[in-house]
Write a protein that binds this ligand. Structure first.
Ligand code: NAD
Length: 358
């Protein structure tokens, strides 16, 4: 029997509650697959600072490298907001991503038929949306040098090397070749030199994927098209800052931030996490929606462990729970038949996943 070592980083706020539910579901599917999990809990964020004085202790980086994949909840909260920047939970997370070299952030945005009324857009616009944003995560303007402040000026630099563009483009084309076979590269090549290089390199990489089509769009148009006609998209490939904004925009198509998973991958260990934060306003109340984290666990099975059947079982269990009308409080107003707690929702999905034979 295969044994996968999963590093669990529960973090702060609702992090521990939602990770516990994802583990429940993972164990439920593993029960009749030919693999098993062992879990190691690692500290990151405010809780790590409280216990060790460092939001990212070195044991956490070592533990992550010793694992097959990292399942992460969320970090942060007001309690730590006034610490010096390098001690804050968010600094720990940025450092963690950099240390692991996770240069690609994958954010699927799927609109569940059962929640069609939860979207802020009209049902006919969002029905059937199934897109993936592939965002470059550790380069571009968030990391470029020089940056700083001088007198009454401040500046940041958007830099990409050919290598950085090539590797993220390969991720996007690989994913598209297993989905709808369309990549849309988003840039601002009419204004930015760095975007012109981006376009040239993406065109070159595309030649290696003859069965995937490539098109380009300026970021301002892409932001508009995502609202006008989101069904036109399959895989959106873009840089760090454009991807940050577009993926948050895309996430709102689905109706609740509590539904959306993500994966951050590189050449080694991947990090699988919900797109939302630690939601301190609802922490400890048992009302957080665990679906984004459970769906992140499914992405982990698919992308890190190549256990596609198990991932499909989880995805279909989530859909079943929603179509039976089970809702956590964030979705209570949308065709709910029964409102459940975080832990009840985890158990319902675990139960469906256990019964689902694909
Ligand atoms: P947030 O995503 O934590 O919460 C935004 C709103 O969405 C809140 O009203 C919250 O209750 C709700 N929400 C979030 N997740 C939910 C879920 N699973 N179920 C139901 N409702 C949910 O964003 P914020 O309030 O801006 O940030 C709170 C803290 O989280 C901050 O310290 C921030 O720095 C941190 N943060 C961490 C991450 C991360 O760990 N990856 C990401 C974003 C924000």
């Amino acid at each position: 029997m295969k044994k996968y070592n999963i590093a669990l980083i529960k973090g702060d706020g609702i992090g521990p509650e939602i990770i516990d539910e994802a583990v429940k579901v993972l164990d439920a599917v593993a029960a009749d697959e030919d693999f098993d999990f062992s879990y190691e809990e690692l500290l990151m964020g405010g809780c790590a600072y409280d216990m060790t004085g460092d939001p990212l202790p070195k044991e956490t980086i070592e533990g992550a490298f010793d694992s097959d994949a990292v399942l992460f909840g969320a970090i942060g909260g007001e309690k730590w907001d006034n610490l010096p920047r390098e001690k804050r939970p968010e600094s720990g997370l940025l450092r963690f991503r950099k240390e692991l070299g996770v240069f690609a952030n994958l954010r699927p945005a799927v609109v569940y038929d059962e929640l069609i009324n939860a979207s802020s857009l009209k049902p006919e616009i969002v029905k059937g949306v199934d897109l993936m944003v592939v965002r470059e995560l550790i380069g571009g303007i968030y990391f470029g040098e020089p940056k700083g402040r001088e007198g009454d000026k401040a500046y940041n630099t958007m830099v990409y090397s050919k290598m950085e563009i090539e590797r993220i483009a390969h991720v996007a084309f690989d994913i598209a070749s297993k989905r709808g076979k369309r990549v849309l590269s988003v840039d601002k090549a009419n204004v930015l030199d760095v975007s012109q290089l981006w376009r040239e390199v993406v065109e070159e990489v595309a030649k290696e994927y003859p069965d995937v089509s490539l098109s380009h769009m300026y970021v301002d148009n892409a932001a508009m098209q995502l609202i006008r006609d989101p069904k036109q998209f399959d895989v959106i490939l873009t840089g760090n800052i454009f991807g940050d904004i577009l993926s948050d925009e895309a996430s709102m198509l689905s109706g609740s931030i509590g539904l959306l998973p993500s994966a951050s991958v590189g050449s080694k260990i991947g990090v699988y996490e919900p797109i939302h934060g630690s939601a301190p306003d609802i922490a400890g109340q048992g009302i957080a929606n665990p679906i984004a984290t459970i769906a992140s666990a499914s992405m982990m099975l698919r992308f890190a462990l190549d256990e596609n059947r198990a991932a499909n079982r989880i995805d279909s269990a989530i859909k079943q729970a929603l179509s039976e009308g089970y809702r956590t409080k964030d979705l209570a107003d949308f065709d709910a038949k029964e409102i459940c707690s975080t832990s009840e929702m985890g158990s319902i999905i675990a139960n469906y996943a256990a019964k689902c034979k694909l």
